[in-house]
Ligand binder design. Structure first.
Ligand code: AMW
Length: 150
């Protein structure tokens, strides 16, 4: 597949590092922490409740594999795994996605600050192209992560 859909956006295959029959994983253009990646169902369902049982199963099995890989690759010791399900929960892209964030001791002065950052990182003045990573950077990270799935 040469491109992927993420909500209204078209995602290049160079930033996607794993896929199954029903799900795919991509690197983030504005990671809250190193290794902050996203796992999505192929079908662009907006809310978690809209997923079919087989899509939920595949999404979470894929998330489990991806989470294990990013924890190792980014030398982390824990993970935050989160879904912002609906606009009041912080969802901006209307396509279900699981945030996977490798965690380390001391990465935030207050552990749950990560949720403030997740809420803030892709909204308003934070969500401007100058604050996004370059496509080249993202493709390099995706290529590194792809190697774990061969
Ligand atoms: W949400 O606030 O909808 O729970 O999260 C959307 C996530 O998708 C954010 O982490 C944001 O940085 C990321 N994102 C949005 N568009 C893209 C894109 N084109 N490529 C990579 N990541 C993206």
């Amino acid at each position: 597949m040469s491109t992927y859909r993420f909500g209204q956006q078209i995602i290049k295959s160079s930033v996607v590092f794993f896929q199954t029959e029903l799900s795919f994983a991509l690197v983030n253009r504005k990671p809250v922490l190193p290794g902050h990646v996203l796992v999505c169902p192929f079908r662009p369902a907006e809310r978690f409740r809209d997923l079919k049982p087989e899509e939920v199963a595949d999404l979470f099995q894929t998330t489990q594999k991806v989470a294990d890989v990013v924890e190792k690759h980014f030398n982390a010791t824990s993970l935050t795994i989160s879904i912002q399900d609906g606009p009041e929960a912080g969802q901006t892209v209307k396509h279900v996605h699981v945030h996977v964030l490798p965690r380390k001791a001391g990465d935030f002065d207050r552990n749950d600050k990560i949720y403030d950052e997740l809420q803030r990182h892709d909204k308003g003045t934070e969500d401007v192209p100058t604050k996004w990573r370059s496509e080249e950077d993202m493709a390099t990270e995706a290529a590194d992560l792809k190697k774990y799935f061969i």
